[in-house]
Design a protein around this ligand. Sequence first.
Ligand code: PGA
Length: 252
Amino acid sequence: MRKKIVAGNWKMNKDIPESENLISELKSKLSNFNSLTEVIICPPFTNLQLASELTKNTIIKVGAQNMYYENSGAFTAEISADMLKSVGCKYVIIGHSERRTIFAETNQLINKKINKAINENLIPIFCIGESLNERETGETEKIIESQIRTGLEKISLNNANELIIAYEPIWAIGTGKTASPEQAEEVHFFIRKLISDIYSAEIAEKIRILYGGSVKPENASSLMSKENIDGALVGGACLKANSFFEIIKAVQ
Ligand code: PGA
């Protein structure tokens, strides 16, 4: 059985006091809840250290939303894997569609970042997904395949826990339009098959594939009822402790 994951991508939201409030509300909700689900929060860089301190000895783990693949040097405004580890990060979102579309990140750049994260023992949450136009022209599988094949090129995995994949159709992100459980399951099944092809049947069986794109308390359980959906990457609904907690309950 694959352990489910609920990860919250805070994006560019929450200053320090707001982060303190959100984390303390979340902690109090989770304190009496026997969570069988991995819970991850990904605040902005400026709040990572605080988030790690506030979540010490709780089930909540901390991830970043991005990183650069070099160790150090003249890369103004970039953040290295070591820096993330030094503030208590265990996970890092890589290749989010907003990074790809607004900041022009390519599959090749994403490949370098994933490679670096894994080598540094950070677990990448590797995001992939098609645009509305690509879906409507029947290119979903082609796009997903090239994102995965290039994103994971020459990256070896010792075990399935070194990587998490998040399928996030761009047309469903922040739009209130969720993929139907059937639409999502179809792509998740395809991704698992690809992973089996690239790595092995064993890794494919164990790797966690999250769905993201307008996940809410109301739609989480129907999405999670699908065989190949192992959790959620949540944007908007993770900014309130109540809705994030309701999603964690629904996923469980
Ligand atoms: P959303 O964002 O839940 O607000 O659609 C998901 C994401 O971008 O990870």
